[in-house]
Design a protein around this ligand. Structure first.
Ligand SMILES: Cc1cc2nc3c(=O)[nH]c(=O)nc-3n(C[C@H](O)[C@H](O)[C@H](O)COP(=O)(O)O)c2cc1C
Length: 140
């Protein structure tokens, strides 16, 4: 079992940028769910996605549904959205908690949509997310 993995689902590429930046820092390939739909069993998984009409990405949700508590120790949700709040990916969190998987507090950042905050996530946002991910990984 590999120790850490980074998995993202994306509609406008923000989660890809965030996932790839985290992966680069942690020396793992960030995987796009549309290319790697099979759930990977890992000690620590960073699940990266956005919010659409108040809901998380359905692809990321179905990936979470395939995870198994005996082979995943901890999941970190990484969320970008226009309105940033502490816990946005509620559906995914609920699925994981029901399975008995430990879900760390979310790493969140601004992700613009059309003309609203369209310059985000910018380099600074991405670096802040990477730092938070590195911190969690170091303590894992
Ligand atoms: C169709 C659509 C609907 C969205 N709805 C919301 C929303 O309800 N709340 C919010 O905070 N952000 C919303 N956003 C903004 C996205 O969550 C944000 O841009 C995110 O960074 C997108 O990630 P992605 O590029 O990886 O798909 C929406 C974006 C799109 C494209």
């Amino acid at each position: 079992m590999r120790n850490v993995s980074v998995v993202y689902a994306t509609k406008t590429q923000h989660s890809r940028k965030l996932g790839e930046a985290i992966g680069k820092e942690l020396n793992v390939k960030a995987k796009n769910i549309s290319e790697y739909p099979g759930a990977e069993e890992t000690g620590l998984i960073f699940l990266v996605g956005g919010i659409y009409g108040g809901k998380c990405n359905p692809e990321l949700l179905s990936y979470a549904e395939k995870l198994n508590a005996s082979l995943v120790k901890k999941v970190v949700l990484v969320t970008s959205s226009v309105s940033v709040s502490g816990r946005s990916q509620r559906d995914i969190r609920e699925v994981l908690v029901k399975k008995g998987i430990n879900v760390a507090d979310e790493i969140t950042c601004t992700g613009g949509f059309l003309f609203i905050k369209f310059t985000h996530p910018n380099r600074q946002d991405i670096q802040t997310v990477v730092n938070a991910a590195k911190d969690i990984f170091t303590k894992f």
